[in-house]
Every structure is written in C-alpha cells, then in structure tokens.
Write a protein that binds this ligand. Sequence first.
Ligand code: GLP
Length: 245
Amino acid sequence: LRPGAWVEDAAGPLYVRLRKRIEQSIDSGLLAKSAPLPGEREIASLTGLSRVTVRRAMQELVDRGIIVQRQGSGSFVADAAPRVEQSLSHLTSFTEDMERRGLNVTSEWLTRGVFIPSPEEVMALALSSGEQVARVARLRRAEGRPMAIERASLPTDILPDPQLVTSSLYAVLERDGNRPVRALQRISAVNLGAEDAALLGVEPGTAGLRIIRTSYLPNRRVIEYTRSLYRADAYDFVAELRLGN
Ligand code: GLP
C-alpha cells in the first residue's frame, strides 16, 4: 500500500478500489494469512483516503470473510475458507457438519417468512392450491468465512413460524418430530451471478456448486426443497462406491 499506488488500477468508487487492492495484497501473499493489518487511521494516512472510505472498504472485507476484526486488537487477514470433505451418504445438516469439525457456525438471514409459493415450490412440495410456503434463506458461514447460500422452502404446516428458526433448521424440525429421514440431492456446477458471488465473497462468474435437496418424512411426504450454492473452493463431496448394482 504505497501512497498513491492503489489509484493506478481499476475504476469504480474509491472504497472498492481500496478493497480490491487489499484483496490483491492478500492473494499475492504480500499480506500473509492471520497477519495483522494497519489500523484505519494508518491506512487513511498511507493512502490519502478519508477514514470513511477506509472504514467502508474494511467493512466489505469483513462481510466477505477476508479479514476478521477482533475487539481491542484490530484487524487480521482471515485464514482461508476451511475446505470441508462432505460425505454424500449421510443426511446431516449444515450445523451438524460444521460442528462435527469443530467449526463455529453463523448465519446471515436473507429471507425468513411465509410467502405465496412459486410454481417451482408448488411442484416440488406438492402444495395444494392457495397454500402458502415457508421460506428460510441464509448465507452460512464457518469460522466467519462464507461457505454456502441456502434457500429452503417448506410447507407451512411443517414450519408454521419460520421466525422460530434462529440457528439450525433441522433442530427445529427434529424438535417437532419432523426430522427428514431420506433426501434426494442433485449437484451441478454453476457460474455464480453478481449478487450470489458478492454474498459468498468471490468474484462474479466464479464456479460454484449448486445443490438441490428434496427431503422426506418416513411417510414419504416431501417437507423440504432447498436450493443451495456452495463455494467450490471450500467443498469436496465424497461418496463410497461399491461394485454391483
Ligand atoms: C444442509 C442441507 C440443507 C438443509 C440444511 C439444514 O446444508 N443442504 O438442505 O436445509 O443442511 O441445516 P441447519 O439445520 O444447520 O439449518
């Protein structure tokens, strides 16, 4: 961050240029993982930018999970998104998957409420005409790093009050005796659109994994239709295969 150096490249608002500059310094290894960053005031005087601009750039870096701020001790480069090996043969929840690995889970709410269903939701959940749908959409983080966007839809008799989901959806379903026992999961590759990419803290167009899960109760009723976008650099999906059919 030589004075003036950041202005050389890229167009766009100053805070975006500063954010990109800091991201480049991290990507190139100039700023190591876990390294402390200079304070807001120092960055402002190094770059000649206002503190408001610096604060905005830093906030974006925090939102993207690229830096972490610790009360009283300043900002640090975050460790890379934890790379997770995910079994394809167990019906588990995000919270369970992360906690089993000792990773701390947080979620940011994108949507939580009861809505008029889309034709896709009506089909997937076999909703009857006029029936509403419960939607629970979250950006999911492990150790502060964005891992996935999950958009879950459920029948309202299964989840009458989506506001009751504060952390784990499956924990709420389990409490009500509605834990799914079977699911079909479809995984495909996608290029992330601008909005989803920004939430996941990657550049638009980056490859992601789209996962659609349809889950069932023991009586074969569909109770969950979830469209997820996972960071491709954070997941390995693993399945055991056996000879035979
Ligand atoms: C997984 C599944 C989702 C499911 C979620 C529940 O990530 N892909 O379909 O909705 O787990 O997770 P939690 O119980 O942590 O909310």
